[in-house]
Design a protein around this ligand. Structure first.
Ligand SMILES: Nc1ncnc2c1ncn2[C@@H]1O[C@H](COP(=O)(O)OP(=O)(O)OP(=O)(O)O)[C@@H](O)[C@H]1O
Ligand SMILES: [Mg+2]
Length: 208
């Protein structure tokens, strides 16, 4: 898996992010969350954060990458070793887990989950973009459980980006995170996020 931010976002920062009125509070919350991220080992987990938007291109991946870039820069003199940051899209995790389950695979599935939960901050980009049918549902639920419960047990922090709302649907019958990951994971996430669920609004910046 990739571990680092996508090439397009290697230079992403909070400074080059336009803070429009519409998203002012949401963006300030994310920047504050990143700034307050502990510089030293703490026994208590730092709260996780869920960033979602109903529209594409409003800057979720940019902000997630900027968080890692800013923290890595801030902590560059610290000897974190493996105790650092990990950025991954959900689709690449899904593909890696699937590969590991093939009989010829030399990588165990457990080693993938161990790697993902080894760092103090795991950024999961594009949660919910893992298209699946009913037949694959058990696989997806198990994957999220392994990641979320692993982070929960090891006091790791998660930063999610997603186009689906946390637990209140946009419209009656609409999909939420709960539908995707199941109640076992939601229950852990409610404790982990401590209510840090952020929505970005507006139009796609890709059109501007
Ligand atoms: N507020 C902003 N200021 C400056 N650039 C922005 C802002 N929001 C988004 N962008 C830029 O717009 C493009 C799309 O942003 P990004 O990929 O982060 O969107 P996204 O919310 O992750 O979209 P998707 O839901 O499709 O994954 C990127 O080039 C990003 O740098
Ligand atoms: Mg994105």
């Amino acid at each position: 898996m990739k571990k680092t931010v996508p090439g397009k976002f290697t230079g992403a920062s909070f400074d080059d992010f336009k803070n429009e009125l519409l998203n002012k509070r949401a963006i300030e919350t994310i920047i504050q969350w990143a700034n307050d991220f502990p510089t030293d080992f703490t026994k208590k987990a730092y709260p996780s954060i869920y960033i979602f938007s109903g529209v594409n291109g409003v800057g979720k991946t940019h902000l997630a990458a900027a968080t890692i870039n800013e923290l890595a820069n801030r902590d560059k003199d610290k000897d974190w070793g493996s105790w650092g940051y990990h950025f991954e899209t959900i689709t690449s995790i899904k593909n890696a887990v699937k590969e590991s389950q093939k009989p010829i695979s030399k990588t165990s599935t457990q080693s993938i989950y161990d790697e993902l939960t080894a760092k103090r901050l795991l950024v999961l980009d594009d949660v919910g973009k893992d298209f699946h049918n009913e037949y694959q549902k058990a696989f997806i639920t198990e994957m999220y459980y392994q990641i979320i419960n692993g982070c929960y047990e090891k006091n790791r922090s998660l930063l999610f980006t997603s186009n689906i709302p946390f637990d209140t649907p946009y419209a009656a019958g609409g999909e939420t995170l709960r539908d995707l990951i199941g109640e076992d994971c939601m229950d852990r996430l409610r404790e982990m996020t401590e209510g840090k669920v952020i929505e970005l609004k507006g139009e796609s910046r890709r059109l501007i």
